[in-house]
Ligand binder design. Structure first.
Ligand SMILES: *Cc1c(COP(=O)(O)O)cnc(C)c1O
Length: 402
């Protein structure tokens, strides 16, 4: 068998170098643990970037996919399929939405959401000069449309021009939003809890004010729940805890727990004036295989009372991270809720170094934003897993400085 370093050298010869990967080649997973090709065990507080919510080697999930593979994997969207119909019913019900379009990724869900919003405005007044207000420090994906509403200039600049008529506001600053809204604004897009940007939840009063403004001006509120949705924050969708309902919502990541699937959903009010035959499509989007996964994921969420576990374990994680914060002067802040939390470090510590050290020590954690490490484990973790993680985290911090 090749060594890990041999595989890594080989990878760097052939994969386009768009990621600085950690030097680990994974082989398999079980529950909340991953194993590399040498058999070393890692406690996983990354979950494939908030994807693998129900744990690895989940027998019922694997069986559901295997049995769908033996039936049919793909039909195209020119026909109906039972998994797609069932997934659509279950997902719209979970989100409180009326209509869904399945995509192959998060970025594609954002593309669809942008098109749906522009079409809605176009249907109302026939204009093609509508504007979208997006947030600073937001992240919505890497395709040209999603990038155009992503609030990190460095991600956009080499690829300009972006799609036009996008303005940026400070997140959680209502005055800043007001200053960007014009007569041409058709949509406001934001993450309910900013993920990549550094784990910043929307302030409750802010989000309520945004909803009110959108209602008054018939502006569509697009909430990107690709990372914070699907139970991660402690409610099925983070907006539920705010008592706010978006007009359009995007999901991906955990919705299929590992198969490439995302979705944008909308209310009937939007659907009535939005995308019609000819406006949008996808060859793979929502094929029977990925929709079988969505159905099984939603079934297990209910069956295993995943939300209860996220609330309970999320609170425990919160209290343990607060303790870590008091013990280490280099930690400036602690944010988030449920199983999406972050620790922000001062300049004496590089978040990336903490992650590298932790991975050496058998704990997978990743960074977010400026000097933040984020905790986005599988949603099935227990208090014991949290304790184990805290132990490795503190050892890793010791190994770095402070
Ligand atoms: C990951 C992410 C995306 C992009 O999803 P991809 O599947 O990588 O295209 C969009 N929005 C948010 C909030 C995300 O976390």
């Amino acid at each position: 068998m090749k060594s890990m370093n041999e595989y890594i050298d080989e990878a760097e010869q052939v994969l386009l170098h768009t990621y600085n990967r950690f030097p680990v080649v994974f082989d398999h997973g079980s529950g909340v643990n991953l194993y590399d090709i040498n058999g070393k065990e890692y406690l996983d507080f990354c979950a494939g970037i908030a994807v693998f919510a129900l744990g690895y080697d989940n027998k019922e999930y694997n069986d559901a996919l295997k049995s769908q593979i033996d039936k049919i994997i793909h039909t195209s969207n020119l026909f109906y399929s039972v998994p797609a119909i069932e997934a659509a019913e279950a997902l719209t019900k979970a989100a409180g939405m009326d209509r869904v379009f399945f995509t192959n990724s998060g970025a594609e869900a954002i593309e669809g959401a942008i098109k749906a919003a522009r079409k809605y405005a176009y249907s109302k007044d026939g204009g093609t000069d509508h504007e979208i207000v997006a947030m600073d420090h937001s992240f919505h994906g890497r395709t040209m449309g999603a990038l155009s509403v992503t609030g990190k200039k460095a991600y956009r600049e080499p690829f300009e021009p972006m799609i036009g008529n996008v303005r940026y506001a400070e997140f959680n600053d209502y005055g800043s939003l007001l200053s960007q809204v014009t007569d041409k604004t058709c949509a406001v897009i934001m993450e309910t809890i900013q993920g990549e940007g550094g784990i910043y939840p929307a302030d409750p009063d802010y989000l309520k004010s945004v909803r009110k403004l959108c209602d008054e001006k018939d502006i569509l509120l697009i909430l990107d729940e690709i990372q914070c949705g699907m139970g991660r924050s402690g409610s099925m969708f983070a907006y539920e805890a705010y008592g706010v309902k978006p007009d359009i919502v995007t999901v991906a990541k955990a919705v299929g727990c590992g198969v490439p699937v995302g979705a944008f959903m909308m209310t009937q009010k939007v659907a009535d004036k939005s995308l019609v035959p000819g406006d949008h499509g996808s060859t793979y989007g929502g094929n029977p295989l990925v929709c079988a996964a969505v159905c099984e994921v939603l079934r297990q969420f209910e069956d295993k009372k995943i939300l209860d576990n996220v609330k309970k374990t999320g609170e425990y994680l919160y209290s343990r991270l607060e303790e870590v914060k008091t013990r280490h002067g280099c930690i400036l802040g602690h944010r988030g809720r449920g199983l999406i939390q972050g620790l922000e470090f001062d300049e004496s510590v590089k978040a990336g170094d903490v992650c590298r050290k932790a991975i050496e020590n058998g704990l997978i954690i990743i960074t977010a934003g400026t000097n933040v490490i984020r905790f986005i484990p599988p949603l099935i973790i227990t208090d014991d897993d949290v304790d184990k993680m805290i132990g490795i985290l503190e050892d890793s911090l010791q190994g770095i400085n402070s």
